[in-house]
Design a binder for this molecule. Structure first.
Ligand SMILES: Nc1nc2c(ncn2[C@@H]2O[C@H](COP(=O)(O)OP(=O)(O)OP(=O)(O)O)[C@@H](O)[C@H]2O)c(=O)[nH]1
Length: 388
């Protein structure tokens, strides 16, 4: 076995890991189609960086333009793919132009910088560009993680990106202070060996880290699918029932809650006149009109068909009546537009505050449903309350 501190062996190991990771990301993107756009970017990152190191290793053997400028161009493209791929994990559209302008500008500048002899300016230019791209990717990863995690955990998971950025910056500083060592990553000096070891470890950690980000996103998507209504994206019946039963259990400890049943008026007529597709859009419009009227802690869920329910924790009947009236008025104020036609959308509301003597939230729901029935009977587009 070659000694662990041999820079050529380390370089070969890093190239192999990049190649292997690139192929795995390609398979994930094209075969299993896990977040394909982000996975393609990660595949490109790994393959480009493998190409960069391979051409770098051939310095002195192969054509100068490929082994110097080409190697840097591979690295720039790899880091750009990395920077653009991170936001894609969360389906955010990355800002392409700043990164592309940086790559093109750096590549053109490097063409003008002599690659022979003093590598100072060349080293500073390329590693500044790489650390900027890596830093931007790290910042995006941190923001992404911060949406789900506390800032310390997010910072911990984003740490490899920060270290990678610092490593690139360090290499730029090295170019400034010891330009004679910049010619090859195959140099057998302590800084280079330590740098290659860190690169090898970070290469593994960052690939694992991005895989973790993607996995987290998949788990969140699965959770979403099991708890959200696919048409309107509000909570589904199961999620709402669980929350209602939780609230009902808190009732004995002194808290209160109220349920608001919502049923679109004359929905069958809308479906029959405009068609089922329009009916689906009308249901989405209803949810859009109701959502701004509730607080973050309230839960709007679809029970089925055109029937919805809002769970209002820590709210009494009078408070719920105000919320229901706000929802009713907001819906009425936003007629449904479909293929140039305008259709008035209204709904009826039945509200019931939970009573301690009721054994389950289902009983409260039944009372809210009875109140809703009365609202329908009294002419629709009304709020009707039920006593506890
Ligand atoms: N487009 C669409 N229609 C649905 C969906 N679920 C249920 N429906 C339709 O909703 C209609 C409900 O009709 P009804 O229960 O008579 O209610 P309504 O016409 O709103 O009458 P009132 O509630 O008394 O005002 C039926 O025609 C169902 O086919 C859905 O997901 N999409």
């Amino acid at each position: 076995m070659m000694p662990a501190s041999d820079p050529r062996t380390l370089l070969a190991a890093i190239v192999l890991i990049f190649l292997f990771a690139g192929i795995v990301w390609l398979l994930l993107a094209s075969g299993i189609r896990v977040t394909p756009r982000a996975s393609y970017c990660l595949a490109l990152t790994n393959l480009m960086l493998a190409g960069s190191l391979l051409t770098h290793a051939a310095r002195g053997y192969g054509p100068d333009l490929l082994c110097f400028w080409g190697s840097d161009l591979f690295a720039l493209c790899g880091f750009t793919a990395f920077r653009l791929g991170i936001p894609l994990i969360a389906d955010h559209v990355p800002r392409r132009w700043p990164s592309l302008a940086l790559v093109v500008g750096t590549a053109l500048l490097l063409l003008e910088v002599p690659y022979r002899g003093d590598m100072q300016l060349h080293g500073v230019v390329i590693y500044t560009a790489l650390s900027l791209l890596c830093g931007a990717a790290g910042w995006d990863a941190f923001r992404l993680l911060r949406q789900r995690l506390r800032w310390r955990s997010a910072l911990g998971l984003a740490a490899p990106f920060i270290v990678f950025t610092l490593m690139m910056a360090l290499r730029g500083v090295e170019a400034l202070l010891a330009p004679e060592r910049m010619n090859s990553m195959g140099s057998n000096n302590a800084f280079n060996i330590a740098w290659l070891w860190s690169m090898l470890a970070l290469n593994l950690v960052i690939n694992a880290n991005v895989a973790f980000l993607i996995l987290t996103r998949l788990v969140l998507n699965i959770q979403r699918l099991t708890r959200r209504d696919p048409l309107t994206d509000c909570w589904n019946r199961r999620a709402l029932s669980e929350a209602m039963e939780r609230e009902h259990a808190r009732l004995q400890r002194g808290s209160r809650y109220t349920l608001v049943m919502v049923d679109m008026d004359h929905f069958k007529r809308l479906n029959d006149t405009l068609g089922h597709a329009a009916g689906d859009l009308a249901l989405q419009a209803l949810v859009q009109a109701l959502m701004p009227c509730v607080r973050d802690i309230d839960m709007l869920g679809r029970l089925g068909g055109e029937e919805f329910c809002v769970l209002l924790p820590d709210t009494d009947l009078a408070g719920a009546a105000l919320v229901a009236e706000r929802m009713r008025a907001n819906l009425e104020a936003h007629p449904f537009e479909y293929q140039g036609k305008t259709w008035p959308l209204t709904a009826s509301f039945g509200i019931a505050e939970a009573g301690r003597e009721e054994i389950s939230a289902e009983q409260v729901l039944m009372r809210a449903d009875q109140a809703l029935y009365q609202a329908k009977a009294q002419g629709r587009n009304l709020v009707q309350a039920s006593g506890a």
